[in-house]
Write a protein that binds this ligand. Structure first.
Ligand code: BTN
Length: 232
């Protein structure tokens, strides 16, 4: 089944162009393929992905119909890092409203509940500058070690994500930092070629995590997985 609809979170917000398909490979890949034609704020949700993409070339899997799997397309977009923050904060807002759960953000783009991942965000830029931001939110199902929010209709959750997105201020920097549970933590940064242990002290304007290592040397990390370590 395939459906389309429009949604406006309030009279002052631009329209979201919503589409739903029962199954596809990846909603991010689909919207990137439409980068020349799809209107700004196109939203593609699916019930099942057969080639769902996670960060760092990983897969993102969930049984059919269980979780929110959705991508949002933005034209004239600010930096992908800004959109990743906005979508992460919007998922946080929806988790609070729909599930009554206070979630946090783990750098760079995970939404966590009590330290366990409940959602991930993946931004990709098309050659023409269009940015597609996808998120997968564990609602009724979660892989081992991850969290889920409960028996929530993915369409209902999505509506709250879009509302929360539209309510964000122009500058989300402070709000992002206030929810970033990584800050102040001792972390191990697992990068493609090496690892780094230190304290996460800041995020810079480009979205890089600033980590001070045990020799007091400051590193700006743009790619990597973060493991939160116990304090000394
Ligand atoms: C991560 O690795 O944490 C990011 C996961 C992003 C998954 C979502 S599900 C909807 C959209 N389509 C994809 O193929 N990936 C994103």
């Amino acid at each position: 089944m395939s459906t389309s609809d429009h949604f406006r979170s309030d009279p002052d917000s631009p329209l979201w162009h919503l589409r739903y398909v029962d199954e596809t490979g990846s909603t991010n890949t689909d919207l990137l393929a439409e980068a020349d034609s799809a209107p700004d704020r196109t939203v593609l949700r699916t019930g099942h992905q057969t080639a769902g993409k996670g960060r760092l070339d990983r897969r993102w899997d969930a049984p059919p119909g269980t979780n929110l799997l959705v991508s949002l397309l933005f034209r004239d977009a600010p930096e992908p890092a800004d959109l990743v923050r906005r979508v992460g904060l919007a998922v946080l807002g929806a988790a609070r409203r729909v599930a009554g759960v206070e979630a946090g953000l783990k750098w760079p783009n995970d939404v966590v509940v009590d330290g366990a991942k409940v959602a991930g965000v993946l931004a990709q830029r098309a050659p023409n500058g269009v940015v597609v931001v996808g998120t997968g939110v564990n609602l009724r199902w979660a892989p081992d070690g991850a969290a889920r929010l409960g028996d929530i209709d993915p369409a209902v959750f999505l509506e709250q994500v879009l509302r929360a997105f539209d309510e964000l201020p122009d500058d989300v920097g402070e709000r992002y930092r206030s929810h970033l549970v990584t800050l102040g933590q001792r972390v191990r940064v697992v990068r493609p070629r090496d690892e780094l242990v230190g304290t996460a002290v800041d995020v810079d304007a480009d979205g890089r995590l600033v980590v001070v290592d045990e020799c007091a040397i400051s590193h700006r990390v743009d790619v990597g997985d973060i493991v939160h370590l116990r304090p000394h």
